[in-house]
Design a protein around this ligand. Sequence first.
Ligand SMILES: Nc1nc2c(c(=O)[nH]1)N[C@H]1C(S)=C(S)[C@@H](COP(=O)(O)O)O[C@H]1N2
Ligand SMILES: [Mo]
Length: 427
Amino acid sequence: MADDFSDKKPSRRQFLAGAAALGAGSTAASSLSASDDDPLITEVQEWAQITGDGVDATPYGLPIEFEKDVVRRNVGWLTADTISSINFSPIHALDGTITPQGCAFERHHSGAIELRKEDYRLMINGLVDQELVFTYEDLERFPREQHVYFCECAANTGMEWAGAQLNGVQFTHGMIHNMEYTGVPLRTLLNEAGLNAAGDLKGKWIFVEGADASSNGRSIPMEKALDDVLVAFKANGEALRKEHGYPARLVVPGWEGNMWVKWLRRVEVLDKPVESREETSKYTDTLADGMSRKWTWAMDAKSVVTSPSPQSPISHGKGPLVISGLAWSGRGAITRVDVTIDGGENWYEARLAQPGTKMALTRFYLDIEWDGEEMFLQSRAHDETGYVQPTKEELREVRGLNSIYHNNCIQTWWIKSNGEAENVEIS
Ligand SMILES: Nc1nc2c(c(=O)[nH]1)N[C@H]1C(S)=C(S)[C@@H](COP(=O)(O)O)O[C@H]1N2
Ligand SMILES: [Mo]
């Protein structure tokens, strides 16, 4: 489906001519915006004449007040109450790849619970040699690992199936965060309990559940459980925030966010999946003929331009413009991202800020000389399996319009000549 649309590159040279004149990493002097008699240059400012705050003012820092709009936001009609709730990461305003916990999206089925480390227990039961219960302190004594992974809710972009709907990348794509996790491989804990009792591990499953009222139970094939799943207790170096499952959560790299059980309390080894609510009536994908597809765990390759975008319009007029965005794949590393400014007529290979790593966000840039004309901006991700992110039309051909989850289509932003942006569909 996704590999039969080819690059058309006829005007690449023409397009790059302007950009080439800039020279690497420099901005044309004519487009710098400060003037010669700018009082911010010629006058001694107040902040240079008085002392600033002392080090005790912020024992734990918050963003400076000028950045107070860079926060999680929700969509009123999606979050009827704050118990079964969702909010979105402000990805239009972030750069790099790491999401600060303080503004990382949250999804709770029955609210965020407060669970003390002292009250934390993790049970491993079922087909194991010896059923075990770990305390938080016990977890801290197993060898740990660190990995950066994205967590994307399966419903991310789910409101966009039928048409362009939410006007902001925070709302269309913000059910994602990307953190550096510290934790113990689940494999280590399962081996501690012993898997001989399970016999042949092929076809075996685990069922994981959380300590909150929803319990959010999910079945995971043993192969994945023994591969890269972590029981994590730190994110970005610090304790998990309450909302992300303090004191410990499951990290299931590349797989839908729903499986990343927070406040993890139990892992049961089974010879079949449980077929719980969260994997039957929810988190299945209804196709055009009404049949539902299940076990769609991996998040397919996806990307989006985060700026410019509706919440991050162009304010500086024509000239040098940094186009930036995020790409990710639940099946491995991002290998390439293409960007088009004319709705897919011509594609240019974006610059990856860092080489892609497995199941983690990759930041991309395309530095252009904007002529001030309207653009239809899109990005297209490629991952290490050779998969190419599909257009909305291609995805609809296969999936129909009944789905909610797993919408990884190419997003279009219409950038108007005044720099404002709008969520649109083109065909
Ligand atoms: N125990 C528990 N785990 C849970 C949930 C929950 O409600 N309870 N929500 C799931 C869903 S649907 C998602 S998308 C992710 C969101 O993780 P976050 O809140 O840290 O962003 O957690 C998952 N784990
Ligand atoms: Mo989710």
